[in-house]
Design a protein. Structure first.
Length: 669
């Protein structure tokens, strides 16, 4: 890779804007790592979260010794009514705090990965993080009241049991805290106002995992609610919007020192000034993803559209069921919250900027080609019934070796790597060597083929001595593989979306109170702050106000014309129906147990799979198996290989791979 190193040395000395040609996906991570190894910080601006995650994984594999920080964008729309997810905000704050506090020179630079959306949005000033850090040391004194005040002012939430970042709980002299950016919560043991013990513990088991002597607490929100920030907000809000009355829940909540959902969208009003991410990185080199500036223009159009929509509703009263909410929304001007195209260009003007392009580019002023090219794709072979993709791969590897080119294969997981090795060995390619690191892969004998675990979507060809390097990925061989989330996560904004999907008059069923009628959203005062609730009416005119975050306890029954009778709050009819249904379920369970026992005693023929053919069949599936799906497949095949009849039910949401489990069982039979 000496050719790449020399090119990087040449372009990194220029404090100008350079088009970097020949940098396809995958190879661009090598270019970024080489930039940072020169000693300067490198900020990488990806066009979206997906490409940021891919670059983060690739850079971590190619250069594991470099410090990589991620700064994602908020996971909500501009001028939204909901707050960004807490865990995401913790990642942002952890990155900003590290950049604000770390002033020691490094032999190698850091890599800061972000997105166009995150780059466009202004952030709290650097000084704020230095002033808002609280250092805790065992043996030192700290007034527990001051600790409470710090936690509440910096976005922590009081909870009975600490499970997620940003929560804290108190039990006498014990204080549990889950700090921003921490991997585990901390347990503080006070004797009076002296900190006697400090331990990390597992949130699930509550068992101690590590003893510490000190720690630093940082904010878990980009909006602080101390006296100064509240005063700034009140003053700025009145200046911008010329009015703030009792009908404005945001103004009322902040004035009372209470957090309000979505308050982060008024971030500039809480700080004396706001900065940009590049203000945290003076002198850093900037790498812009391919088509990043197109993504910037699209994001700016979206911001303007949402701002104008909000402005259009300022003097318009909502209609229908939502009229009961009565929440006004005064959006801050876009220039206060976001950069515009001119500011973006001016900001980048003081840095060395590298615009990545996957296409070859002729060398000229402001243009440098780093020599990478897209790798070989076997798509044409996969669709031919008379050809085998693994035989074609073996031929391609032999061709690369004959040209003096080193070959590296990549797989998405340990399991898929083992499967690839098995299939390629069956097709005559036997010089495969598993490699756990990039350094191990490129230091192997050139006639061997390294196979690594890294999530590269596309392969590439890189220049170098003796013919260079060819990287071939699992999707190049088997086709694009799509991933599913390991577990579904319900976000707070989805509660609001579900409530808005209900129409006034719809019948719903509450798990404890039975059938009621939904009559819209209504804001009520709880603890001195407004709270959105679903208004449910029951028999006899009884009313139940259900907080929107507890919407999971109700389900839709039908429309008003369904003819069902409303239950009464506290009545016995609903509980009686539930009891009868439980009795019927018990009867069905007894019958199912009897049938299962009979099946268990009945023998059957054992069915096993031929591993090589089965691996080739499984490799053609487009999706990467989730952990639960892989476990279901293994259990199903074990059932078939046993001496009893299989009796297994595969459950899962629509589109989460039940058919893939069934097809594997069908292949075995």
């Amino acid at each position: 890779m000496n050719t790449l190193t020399n090119t990087v040395d040449r372009v990194s000395r220029k404090n100008t804007r350079t088009l970097i040609g020949g940098a396809p996906e995958g190879f661009d991570a090598l270019f970024i790592a080489a930039l940072a190894e020169g000693g300067q910080d490198v900020m990488v601006v990806a066009r979206d979260d997906v490409h940021m995650a891919r670059k983060a994984e690739a850079v971590a594999f190619f250069a594991p010794i470099l410090q990589c920080l991620e700064f994602p964008a908020w996971d909500c729309l501009p001028y939204d009514r909901v707050s960004p997810r807490g865990q995401l905000v913790n990642r942002r704050i952890d990155t900003l705090a590290r950049l604000a506090e770390d002033k020691q020179p490094k032999k190698a630079g850091r890599i800061i990965l972000t997105t166009v959306s995150a780059m466009l949005q202004r952030v709290p000033p650097r000084q704020g993080f230095a002033d808002s850090a609280l250092t805790l040391e065992v043996g030192k004194r700290l007034d527990p009241g001051e600790l409470d005040q710090f936690l509440l002012a910096n976005g922590y939430f009081r909870s009975d049991t600490v499970m997620e970042p940003g929560e804290f709980a108190k039990r006498g002299g014990i204080v549990d805290i889950f700090p921003a950016g921490a991997e585990a919560p901390l347990r503080l043991d006070f004797f009076g106002d002296e900190l006697e013990g400090l331990r990390a513990f597992d949130a699930a088991t509550q068992r101690t995992t590590e003893t510490r002597t000190s720690t630093v607490l940082r904010p878990v929100s980009e909006v602080l609610l101390d006296e100064a920030s509240i005063t700034r907000f009140r003053s700025g809000y009145r200046v911008l919007f010329a009015k703030a009355g009792d009908d404005d829940p945001l103004y009322g909540a902040v004035s009372s020192g209470h957090r309000h959902i979505g308050m982060e969208h008024w971030l500039p009003l809480f700080h004396e000034r706001v900065e940009t991410l590049l203000d945290y990185l003076p002198g850093a080199q900037v790498v812009l993803d391919h088509r990043a500036e197109e993504a910037r223009d699209a994001r700016l159009e979206l911001i303007a559209e949402y701002y104008l929509t909000r402005r259009g509703f300022v003097d318009t009263k909502p209609k229908g069921g939502l009229a009961q909410v009565g929440a006004v929304y005064h959006p801050v001007p876009p220039e206060a919250m976001f950069l515009d195209a001119r500011e973006w260009d001016d900001l980048l003007g003081g840095h060395a900027v590298h615009l990545l392009s996957p296409f070859a580019a002729p060398e000229s002023t402001g243009v440098t080609d780093v020599g990478g090219r897209g790798g070989h794709d076997f798509a044409d072979i996969r669709v031919r019934p008379d050809a085998n993709v693994f035989d074609a791969l073996g031929d391609h590897v032999h061709d690369c070796h004959s040209e003096g080119r080193r070959v590296v294969l990549t797989a998405f997981s340990q399991g898929s790597r083992d499967r690839l090795v098995s299939m390629l060995n069956d097709h005559g390619l036997e010089n495969l060597v598993p490699a756990d690191t990039w350094a191990e892969a490129i230091n192997l004998d050139a006639k061997l083929v390294a196979i690594c675990v890294v999530g590269l979507e596309h392969g590439f060809v890189a220049p170098g001595p003796d013919g260079g390097l060819a990287v071939i990925t699992e999707p190049d061989i088997l086709g694009e593989r799509m991933t599913r989330p390991s577990k579904a996560r319900v976000r707070p904004e989805n509660f609001i979306a579900e409530a808005s999907a209900l129409s006034s008059g719809d019948l719903v069923v509450h798990v404890e109170h039975g059938i009621g009628r939904f009559e819209g959203l209504q804001t009520i005062e709880v603890g001195g702050a407004p709270h959105d609730c679903l208004k449910l009416v029951y028999g006899g005119g009884d009313k139940l106000f259900l907080p929107v975050e507890n919407i999971d306890v109700i389900t839709r029954f039908g429309s008003e014309e369904a003819g069902a009778n409303l239950d009464r709050l506290g009545g016995a009819a609903w509980q009686s129906r539930k009891a009868r249904m439980k009795g019927r379920i018990r009867d069905m369970a007894e019958e199912l147990i009897r049938i299962a026992a009979a099946r268990e005693l009945q023998g059957t023929k054992r069915i096993t799979v031929e591993q090589g053919l089965y691996d080739e069949f499984s490799a053609r599936f487009a999706f990467t198996e989730t952990d639960d799906q892989a476990r279901a497949i293994d259990d199903t095949l074990k059932d078939l290989a046993g001496n009893r009849s299989m009796d297994r039910l595969i459950c899962g949401d629509v589109g989460f791979g039940k058919t893939e489990v069934a097809l594997r069982a069908a292949f075995a039979t």
